[in-house]
Structure formats: C-alpha cells, structure tokens
Design a protein around this ligand. Structure first.
Ligand SMILES: Cc1cc2nc3c(=O)[nH]c(=O)nc-3n(C[C@H](O)[C@H](O)[C@H](O)COP(=O)(O)O)c2cc1C
Length: 169
C-alpha cells in the first residue's frame, strides 16, 4: 500500500495518545527487532524535529540501537493490542517477535532501517545524540520509583528524517 509523507503536526496527537496507551514499536537493527515503548518526547532541538526514545541497557533492543544509527518508530492500528503486549514482554534475544506476531518489515524510505508494514504511521529516525540518564542530577523520587536496579535508560535523540502514514487510525 502507498504511504504518504506527512508533517509532524498531522500525527503528533495520535502518536502521543498511543504512547500513553498500548505503546508503539521501536524497530532497530538488521535483522530488525521490535520493542514496545511508552516513553518518548517529540519536539524541536537544533532546528530539527527530534524524537527521544529511552532504552534500558538490559534490553536486546539496546544492542540493536548501539549497532546502528538509524531506527524507526511505528504506530500500529487498533487491532494490534496483543502484538504490542507481546513485543513489550518478550525479548528478541530468544524470540523472533516479528514471526511470532506475524508482523512484516520493509526497508525505510529515507534511513537505513526497517519499518513494520502493518503500521498506520511510522517515523524514520537517525540518532544525532545519546546519553545515559545521570543519577547525580535526576530527581531522587524518580530514581526511587523507576531505577531501584540502577539500570538507567539510554536516551537516544533521533532526528526525524521522515514521517509516513498509511491510513487514518
Ligand atoms: C506499554 C509498554 C511500554 C514500554 N516502554 C518501554 C520504554 O520506553 N523503554 C524500555 O526500555 N522498555 C519499555 N518497555 C519494556 C520492553 O518493551 C520489554 O522489556 C521488551 O520485552 C524488551 O524487548 P527486547 O529485549 O527485544 O528489546 C515497555 C513495555 C510495555 C508493555
């Protein structure tokens, strides 16, 4: 199916709603691995559109993100709740989640990565900066609640190189 390149303003609210709901898929590496994410910020830095994704170092996706600069973030349509749950509870280190979920991938249009064919919207991103969260400057309440294991997220700053939409959610 043909995808249309769209502006951030056309998909921002839907994407934020999904992040707040069942999540969206971060797809990285070759071969690609999908991981459900719920935390992200989207906005402007350095005169670029930037999407931050946060990945704990224990995730298989962390290895994938470290081995490739480009990644995609894919918003699946409504019926894919079960698949999002699976991609958020199983690890690509011992499971082929794409096969298990019967999801398919295609080469991205503008970056060197893959996106999920079944997605309604996908963002094609290139990492332009990254850093681990710094416990020295992080609110102790947040540390207590989210990092008892001290497994601080790596924050990736993905320049949004292109956004593509398949059909309205
Ligand atoms: C709704 C939801 C949101 C999640 N958000 C994140 C996230 O933003 N960052 C993260 O590191 N893990 C997040 N997770 C956990 C990972 O998706 C989960 O640990 C997954 O199994 C890791 O897959 P991988 O080992 O193949 O990378 C989330 C899980 C769910 C269900």
């Amino acid at each position: 199916m043909m995808r249309k390149k769209v502006d951030l303003s056309e998909v921002l609210i839907e994407t934020l709603d999904r992040l707040d709901g069942d999540g969206i898929l971060l797809v990285a590496g070759n071969p690609p691995n999908p991981m459900t994410i719920g935390w992200s910020t989207i906005g402007h830095i350095w005169n670029k559109e930037i999407m931050n994704v946060l990945v704990r170092p224990v995730r298989y996706t962390f290895q994938k993100m470290e081995s490739s600069r480009d990644f995609s973030v894919c918003v699946l349509p409504d019926p894919y709740r079960k698949e999002l749950n699976l991609c958020g509870t199983r690890s690509g280190c011992d499971t082929n989640k794409l096969e298990l979920c019967n999801l398919h991938v295609e080469k991205c249009h503008l970056v060197d990565s893959f996106f999920i064919s079944e997605s309604a919207i996908h963002f094609e991103c290139r990492t332009v900066h990254k850093h681990f969260l710094d416990p020295v400057t992080l609110d102790p309440e947040i540390i207590k609640r989210y990092y008892p294991q001290k497994d601080y997220h790596m924050v990736y700053y993905g320049e949004i190189v292109g956004i593509f939409r398949n059909f309205p959610l």
